[in-house]
Ligand binder design. Structure first.
Ligand code: AMP
Length: 261
């Protein structure tokens, strides 16, 4: 448990360098993974996470003491951290792994837990609800389990009061659920939480001067050796091409042909 709630909130935002959401995914030769030689950018749910932290400071300046972006990934993951810094995070931590290394959600959660312990003052971790490349959606829950902190998953609205109470609205099937928790808290972002800003050129320039600490897994006493083996990856079945019909009668006859009616 966290000793006692400090008056200022220290936020950690894990940001993953993922295949850009607009890239058409192709299976790599060997059917064990996807082609990663394509454009990458920050996982979209993590942009939402950074935006929420920055908005919290803009709205409640006195409440937020620090926003730290952390990424675990190859050397290029530093670009993802720079994007978070240009959006308004104060500093970054890069845990480097060689290009092509698979870092499983449990390893990410263990690394973030180590960073929380090392900082001694983190109150709030805002993660994306899922990384759009591996779609596991597991890291937030694992981190909550490892830390023993409360978890609010799939937040679509967030409010933090000066006394450290957090009100989270979650989208659930057929409605909304409101929950309240005290800090410290693990939060994961849903799509409608906010619309992330584009970093302005002056802020991109300013971000170049912000500090990024570089660590290796060993520096935190961690071993990222995967526990899972990917057996195979396959593309979804090709969709059969559609056709146009000129009249309702033609539509009805086609539907009959297909055995739909
Ligand atoms: P996942 O459980 O892999 O779907 O990822 C959920 C969230 O965990 C992401 O939206 C990120 O906030 C965080 N995360 C996952 N992998 C990494 C990583 N390599 N570096 C930093 N954050 C990560």
């Amino acid at each position: 448990m966290h000793p006692s709630r400090p008056s200022l909130v220290h936020i950690l935002v894990p940001v993953k360098r993922a295949i850009d959401y607009a890239v058409k995914i192709r299976i790599a030769p060997g059917n064990k993974g996807v082609d990663t030689s394509v454009k990458h950018s920050m996982n979209p749910f993590d942009e939402i996470a950074v935006e929420e932290a920055v908005r919290m400071r803009e709205k409640q300046g006195k409440l937020v003491e620090s926003i730290t972006a952390v990424s675990i990934g190859p050397p290029k993951a530093v670009d993802t951290i720079r994007t978070a810094l240009a959006m308004g995070a104060d500093s970054g931590i890069h845990i480097t792994v060689p290009e092509g290394t698979v870092v499983e959600p449990l390893a990410v959660a263990q690394a973030i837990k180590k960073l929380i312990e090392r900082s001694g003052n983190t109150d709030l971790v805002i993660l994306g609800k899922q990384a759009i490349d591996d779609d596991t959606g597991a890291t937030g829950g694992m981190l909550a389990g490892l830390t023993g902190w409360s978890q609010a998953a799939f937040a679509s609205k967030l409010g933090v009061s000066e006394d450290g109470k957090v009100e989270v609205t979650r989208e659930i099937d057929g409605g909304l659920e409101k929950i309240e928790s005290k800090l410290p808290l693990i939060l994961t972002t849903d799509l409608r939480l906010n619309e992330p800003r584009y970093a302005s050129l002056p802020n991109i320039m300013k971000a170049k001067k912000k500090k990024i600490e570089t660590l290796k897994p060993e520096d935190l006493g961690l071993d990222f050796t995967p526990r899972l083996e990917t057996i195979s990856v396959s593309a979804p079945a090709e969709r059969q091409g559609g056709g146009k019909v000129e009249t309702v009668a033609e539509l009805v006859s086609k539907l009959k042909e297909a055995g739909v009616i």
